[in-house]
Design a protein around this ligand. Structure first.
Ligand code: CAA
Length: 281
């Protein structure tokens, strides 16, 4: 069950009290004021939110729940105001053998997040390293603080990124910058990440990255769900498909939206100079 809270900054505390009788959850689930945004907060602060397998399992469960819940229209994923995530759990990985990671498809479950249909807004403060940077890149829109720290430091551990840090990163920032980050472990700040196109917005002095992400998610939650889902699918098509096929997907989705009530409502409301009321049909 999600908790509903009256202010954004109070979101996690009542939930913690509610959960105090059982094991501490590795992902806290709460809701925005309007109840239409699910806020998922990674909750391993002592390990800087290192992404252990149990944490990722819980994250996948919460993402699936939010995706299936009709009252949720957008999702915020965050590590809170201190750290997003310092990577996959090195202590869990250190003694693993090739045969096990290969047979069990280690990290394979991380890609489940890319099948979530609702928009996911990532809110990054502090460290987003290795798997943390890769998890951030699995979000649809990223916000961060100016001094957030993004890096793919796997090379310093004798490995390479294994959850998108060579692929998504290259799409986002280009080959030279991706090579620089992957081959040297170079850290970039939130400001640089915005200049490089890794994130879309950087918070201003005194702003809460989580609150800003929730505001953005609520703005998206205010639009019709069919068009929102189609927009996400079409933009993701740009990463997966050659241009001609991507353009065909976009045109097909665009044309299909003329079969929706929301298209009639949106254009009708514009003509009648009133606010549209979306029905998600
Ligand atoms: N895995 C497991 N534990 C981690 C961790 C990680 N990725 N990152 C931090 N921690 C733990 C530390 O072990 C420490 O725990 P203990 O107190 O029990 O020793 C706690 O979090 C606090 O960390 P530090 O004492 O190191 O804090 P710091 O402020 O001195 O340094 C840091 C912070 C620079 C982020 C440093 O912790 C660090 O370098 N972490 C590892 C970053 C990294 O290499 N990430 C990539 C992992 S590999 C990966 O992600 C592969 C992939 O593609 C999916």
């Amino acid at each position: 069950m999600y908790t509903r809270t009256s202010t954004l900054l109070r979101t996690t505390k009542p939930f913690l009290r509610l959960m105090s009788t059982s094991a501490e959850p590795l992902v806290l689930a709460s809701r925005s004021n309007n109840n239409n945004v699910a806020i998922l907060t990674l909750n391993r602060p002592k390990a800087l939110n290192a992404l252990s397998s149990p944490l990722f399992d819980q994250l996948n469960q919460e993402l699936t729940k939010a995706d299936e819940d009709e009252s949720v229209r957008a999702i915020v994923l965050t590590g809170g105001e201190k750290n997003f995530a310092a990577g996959a759990d090195i202590k869990e990985m250190k003694d693993k053998q090739f045969a096990d990671v290969y047979k069990n498809n280690f990290l394979g479950s991380w890609t489940r997040m890319s099948s979530i249909r609702k928009p996911i807004i990532g809110a990054v403060a502090g460290y987003a390293l290795g798997g943390g940077c890769e998890l951030a890149m699995l979000c649809d829109i990223l916000l961060c603080t100016p001094d957030a720290k993004f890096a793919q430091p796997e090379i310093t551990l004798g490995i390479i990124p294994g959850a998108g840090g060579t692929q998504r990163l290259t799409h986002l920032v280009g080959k030279a910058r991706a090579m620089d980050m992957v081959l040297t472990g170079r850290r970039i700040t939130g400001v640089e990440a915005a200049q490089w196109g890794l994130v879309s917005r950087v918070t201003k002095e005194g702003e809460s990255v989580v609150e800003e992400a929730v505001k953005l998610a609520e703005q998206i939650a205010g639009f019709g769900r069919v068009a929102t889902q189609a927009g996400k699918e079409a933009v993701n098509g740009a990463l997966d498909l050659p241009l001609e096929q991507g353009l065909r997907l976009e045109r097909r989705l665009f044309q299909q939206l003329f079969a929706t009530q929301d298209q009639k409502e949106g254009m009708g409301a514009f003509s009648e100079k009133r606010k549209p009321t979306w029905t998600d049909q």
